[in-house]
Design a protein around this ligand. Structure first.
Ligand code: ADP
Length: 728
């Protein structure tokens, strides 16, 4: 009797726990995923309730109703359980088999609710009194046994799948699957015993399955079985390439991920203490966060773990950087090689530019003399062609040199005070004649309120403007080229805007972005006859970028283009510069390139080891009537300055024995000559970055680049000759 009450009690407790399990899942984070689990447990509840009802019934018809109720749960529970985990772990399970399971369950249930109408399931049903209690006693038909075996089969299948997945799983998943496998095997055994009638007159199946479901619910509670985020974290830590080892606050080893086991195989065999020591010695021995052991390099990081502000332990991570180090080393090596190659390229370019400039100097100089002296029209034409080609070659050399400076990062912007009006006039003067000769209308507009003096890199701004103007000139056949300078003042900064507009061939919209690539010329077919290297705009943009500006292009193909830019320049003297055109000061140089002045009483000395160069300078200065002495070496120069007083000395740099710089030093060391205060101008083909600064620092008064430009030569004479000697 006590046994009967006990059995009832146990089943009631099972019922209660099942309710609790449903509650647990309802509270869990991922209840959607546990839907099937809830249904499984509800099936249990129905089946236990049905069984309790059966145990309490005293007549056969009530017992049969209870049995039908039990099966409502029992018939489906195995399939639901299987389905829960198939879906959750994404186990591969044929859909057709799953459908077959459902079909069998439904068919069986149909057989069971009609069990009193046939003998397919129970051959007979009666009540029997055992120990004073009424029990349902049935005769088992083969289908009954088959269904029991089928139920056992689904559960066994579940156990088997758990086991198989457990073998491959890692970390938390392994733990859960292991426990699931064990508890489902226990349930299997219980069902088997029940089939074999070991528990007569009681049926333990509903209870066993209930307990099993409850166990799963406990897992959900304890391990957050359906908490995807936790599982994701777990997977992450087991799959990352970093080895992770966790110790608690007392330094006792707690956890290592699989990668750490790979790195420290002794974690598995020798035991944790050894590894711990190993790690400590690694951590202690490292001077950077890179440690080396077993021939590989690891980046080691030690992080303290906190649990609500209290130190909970340490996490040590090891990241294998061996390959990374090797490829870094290779990259460094490659970089050194590339730097060396680049260095070699730069010095090659600088040397080449020097070497090329020297002969061009001779060619252009001699040619200039022909132009000045010939009266024969066809000779003048030949010479003009030579001049044009020579100048093109010279621009090309300068452009290549500039580009190599920019690429090697040696180009620097040198900000100095400059006179705006002079700079603008220079540019206008350079182009007026050329434009007129080509039949182009050269319109110049300069805001008279532009400050008289600004701080910036005049040389580079001029280079940019000249480049844009010569493009406008080159690519315009008729109409006009407009050069407009304007700007606005913002406190002590002047935003100088320069725009160059032409009515030339224009640029197709799709070509505009290509303009700035080096060696890129657009619309090549049409431009074939126009000389150019495709470097100018690239250099222009680079220079502007270095000044914190950029170039703007607007163009209509076939109509014309406007190139413009704005550079911020510090104001040195804010007085308006006035009108450019009314200024006559720049008329010194005549349109035909001949000097507009003479200095018959002026005397200059030119020092160069190359006789042709001497002849060039002498020839170019012929019209100025200045007296020119020439010498071929530093020594001769030192001799000459003792004999004569000069107003100006031009000195070559590279000469055999004593070079220009040394000669100047010797000259400045002693007073035993007549030229202590004479200006000495370096005349050199060295045009590399910083050359001017170097020469100025060496004591020269000015810097002139070869090939000698007649205009520049004349302007230097004007600058350094005593004013009273100059005759206009
Ligand atoms: P290039 O030495 O060929 O003139 P640039 O870099 O100065 O080299 O110019 C690149 C290309 O841009 C030129 O080849 C030309 O096709 C086009 N271009 C530049 N300026 C103009 C312009 N004012 N009008 C039409 N096309 C131009």
């Amino acid at each position: 009797m006590v046994l009967h009450e006990l059995m009832l009690g146990i089943h009631f407790v099972g019922l209660l726990f099942s309710f609790f399990a449903v509650y647990t899942i309802a509270k869990s984070e991922n209840k959607e995923k546990a839907n099937y689990m809830v249904v499984t447990i509800v099936c249990n509840i129905i089946s236990i309730a049905g069984y309790i009802f059966e145990l309490m019934s005293t007549d056969l018809s009530a017992m049969l109703v209870a049995v039908k109720m039990q099966y409502l749960g029992k018939a489906f529970v195995g399939t639901f359980l299987l389905f829960t985990f198939v879906r959750y772990y994404k186990w591969k399970f044929p859909k057709a088999v799953m459908r077959l399971f459902w079909f069998i369950d439904i068919a069986m249930y149909f057989v069971i609710i009609t069990l009193d109408k046939h003998e397919i399931y129970y051959t007979n049903m009666r009540t029997e009194t055992v120990n004073g209690h009424q029990f349902l006693v049935v005769g088992r038909a083969p289908l009954y046994v088959a269904f029991m075996v089928y139920m056992l089969g689904t559960l066994l299948l579940f156990s088997f799948i758990c086991y198989r997945n457990w073998k491959d799983a890692k970390g938390r998943a392994k733990k859960i699957l292991g426990k699931l496998a064990v508890s489902s095997v226990v349930a299997d055994i219980a069902i088997l015993l029940s089939i074999l009638n070991f528990t007569y007159p009681y049926d333990m199946v509903p209870l066993i399955i209930a307990i099993f479901s409850i166990v799963i619910s406990v897992f959900i509670q304890r391990y957050g079985l359906f908490a995807t985020l936790d599982i994701a974290k777990e997977n992450l830590i087991t799959s990352i390439d970093e080895g992770v080892i966790v110790r608690d606050a007392d330094g006792v080893f707690q956890y290592a991920n699989p990668r750490a086991y790979d790195m420290f195989p002794e974690l598995e065999s020798v035991g944790v203490t050894v590894v711990d020591k190993n790690i400590d010695s690694i951590l202690a021995g490292r001077d950077s966060d890179i440690a080396m052991f077993r021939g590989r390099y690891y980046q080691v990081k030690l992080r303290t773990l906190y649990d609500e502000k209290q130190e909970a332990g340490q996490m040590i991570t090891f990241f294998d950087v061996t390959e990374l180090r090797e490829s870094n080393k290779k990259m460094e090596q490659l970089k050194i090689e590339a730097d060396n190659a680049n260095q070699a390229k730069s010095s090659f370019l600088a040397n080449m530019s020097h070497e090329i400039r020297t002969p061009i100097n001779a060619v252009l100089g001699m040619d200039e003399m022909i132009l000045r002296e010939t009266s024969e029209e066809h000779v003048r034409e030949y010479a003009t062609n030579i001049k044009r080609a020579g100048e093109t070659l010279l621009y090309l050399v300068s452009d290549i040199l500039d580009l190599s400076k920019i690429e090697s990062g040696k180009m620097v912007i040198i900000n100095e005070r400059y006179n705006t009006k002079d700079a603008i006039s220079d540019v206008i003067n350079t182009f007026t004649i050329r434009m007129r000769q080509k039949g182009l209308n050269f319109i110049t507009e300069a805001d008279r309120n532009i400050p008289r003096s600004l701080v910036g890199d005049e040389v580079r701004i001029k280079q940019i403007v000249m480049n844009l103007l010569s493009n406008a000139f080159k690519y315009t056949e008729e109409g006009y080229v407009k050069f407009k300078v304007s700007g606005e003042q913002k406190e002590n900064v002047y935003n100088l805007t320069i725009a160059i507009e032409d009515t030339g061939i224009g640029i197709k919209e799709e070509d505009i972005s290509k303009l700035f690539e080096s060696f890129k010329r657009v619309d090549e077919k049409k431009n074939r006859h126009i000389e150019g290297s495709g470097l100018g705009l690239n250099i222009t943009r680079n220079l502007l970028n270095m000044m914190g500006s950029d170039i703007k292009v607007e163009s209509v193909y076939g109509k014309g283009s406007t190139f413009s830019f704005t550079v911020s320049q510090e104001i040195a003297d804010g007085t308006p510069m006035g009108d450019i055109l009314s200024d006559k000061g720049k008329a010194d140089i005549h349109e035909d390139g001949r000097a507009g002045f003479t200095v018959p009483d002026g005397r200059i000395l030119v020092v160069d080891d190359n006789a042709v160069n001497l002849a060039v300078v002498k020839g170019l200065l012929k019209k100025t009537k200045v007296q020119v002495d020439t010498v071929l070496s530093g020594e001769e120069c030192l001799q000459k300055i003792k004999e004569n007083k000069y107003h100006l000395i031009f000195m070559d740099h590279l000469m055999p024995e004593m070079d220009g710089v040394e000669t100047l030093q010797k000259m400045r060391e002693t007073d035993a000559h007549l030229n202590s205060d004479t200006a000495v101008i370096i005349l050199t083909a060295n045009a590399i970055a910083g050359a001017r600064e170097t020469y100025m620092a060496a004591g020269f008064d000015d810097y002139m680049i070869k090939p000698v430009d007649a205009h520049v030569l004349e302007s230097i004479i004007l600058k350094f000759m005593p004013k009273e000697l100059i005759k206009y």
